[in-house]
Design a protein around this ligand. Sequence first.
Ligand code: SAH
Length: 245
Amino acid sequence: MEYGKIYVTGLGPGAADQMTVQARNVLEKCPVIIGYTVYIDLIRADYPDKEFLSTPMRKEADRCRMAFEEAAKGRDVAMVCSGDAGIYGMAGLICEIGKDYPEIGIEIIPGITAASGGAAVLGAPLMHDFAVISLSDLLTPWEKIAQRLRATAEADFVICLYNPSSRKRADYLAKACGMILESRAPETVCGIVRNIGRDGERCEILTLEKLKDTQVDMFTTVFIGNSNTMELNGRMVTPRGYKDV
Ligand code: SAH
């Protein structure tokens, strides 16, 4: 019997037309689709004939083993994540757990990540060097996150924050802004985008000082401009550096 293969697939931020053709082809060909319930629910109606398997959040390793067990039965499996599979997605864990299943093939299918999806909603905030930092301290110690926030703020990167908040971490964005304000001006141009590519998509441009006092949720991506970032006609724009515009 031939083994199935695991396709770790980024679905994009939400909108059906923001999914790549490659990801769509994978979903069509795989009889089994595995993922966190929220993402499965986004695609379930489009694929009534598939077998959907899921585990709750925080049971990521179980979900990966489930994928390898299905593939070992000879079935191709799509392991789905939002955005890009390799950016705070499941690609890394699948590769790590895959060392116990050397006979099973793995392929990573990239997707539009929240940084590029959200940037397009705001304007052009990522036109110069930028850093992506997750504020979730479930898997990373807060000291490490703080160190990276301070270092990138100091180096004048545009900063894109994933996982900016949750019920247990309601004050993390305020704490992060406080650290960034140690080396960046209070009037630094920032942007927040909620529900990128989904119903209720909403964005706002505001100063770093104001961002510090703003509540966001886990469906939001936050952008902090560099010292040259501007608001132009309602858009957040970081100049690339072209002269004579
Ligand atoms: N693999 C995903 C990221 C998962 S981490 C990707 O590449 O986009 C989860 C965080 O991503 C969320 O807390 C939020 O900050 C961001 N995010 C993912 N999808 C989003 C969306 N549709 N709208 C706004 N933020 C989103």
